[in-house]
Write a protein of this length. Structure first.
Length: 219
């Protein structure tokens, strides 16, 4: 599956002698678009291979990852559960309404408890409550997600010097860095204030990915 390239035209770009292209990852799938498709690709394969029937993940009320996971579950035959940060508000916003239309069960927890979502004790509690589920982290970033994001650069057929990428959890940028293996300059732009911590996150994922600690059985 390839994402087309679209050239942007602007007088300022022409004046500066800059050619700017957008890689339309959003066109990969109508509902599982962009980096969400890349991140879910190998996780869906792993979930199937491990005999899971339910995907469980975490996110805020406007999480694109929640919506994409719900759509992926509907498309590929998985039940889906979304652990949502904060209280329920009705009517549901468009993101959560779409998720429920795909069959996702929504469960709300307090913001205080949500901060524990990566703690072993909390994850054990989730497993006990929901049974055998395939858990995806908030934003979908894990080793298999980074592996999927390494493929973003595979179908770029033009010559270029830089890649620019927004950063949420850092997984997409880490995949691009690993995929290019130092061949191009890469600029990451944190989506939130105080995103300097993502430097270490990206570096850590890159070390793991480029060190080939990726399960070959999911390729």
């Amino acid at each position: 599956m390839e994402a087309p390239l679209q050239k942007l035209e602007d007088d300022l770009l022409k004046e500066q002698g800059v050619a700017l292209w957008v890689k339309r990852e959003d066109l990969l799938h109508p509902h599982i678009s962009g980096n969400k498709w890349r991140k879910l690709k190998y996780n869906l394969k792993a979930a199937k291979q491990q005999g899971h029937h339910t995907l469980l993940t975490f996110g805020g009320a406007y999480s694109n990852h929640i919506a994409a996971t719900a759509a992926a579950g509907k498309a590929y035959g998985f039940r889906t559960i979304g652990i949502i940060r904060g209280e329920e508000h009705l009517p549901l916003n468009p993101t959560l309404a779409f998720a429920t239309s795909c069959g996702m069960q929504l469960h709300y927890i307090s913001r205080e408890k949500y901060r524990l979502k990566d703690e072993p004790g909390f994850l054990k509690e989730v497993q006990q409550q929901y049974g055998k589920v395939y858990m995806l982290p908030e934003g979908g970033t894990n080793l298999l997600a980074v592996k999927g994001c390494t493929e973003i650069v595979d179908d770029i057929t033009i010559d270029y010097s830089h890649i620019c990428c927004a950063m949420g959890t850092g997984g997409t940028l880490a995949g691009i860095v690993a995929g290019l293996a130092g061949e191009k300059a890469i600029l990451g732009f944190p989506a939130l204030k105080g995103g300097d911590f993502l430097r270490q996150e990206v570096a850590s994922w890159c070390r793991i990915t480029m060190g080939k600690i990726i399960t070959t059985g999911t390729s």
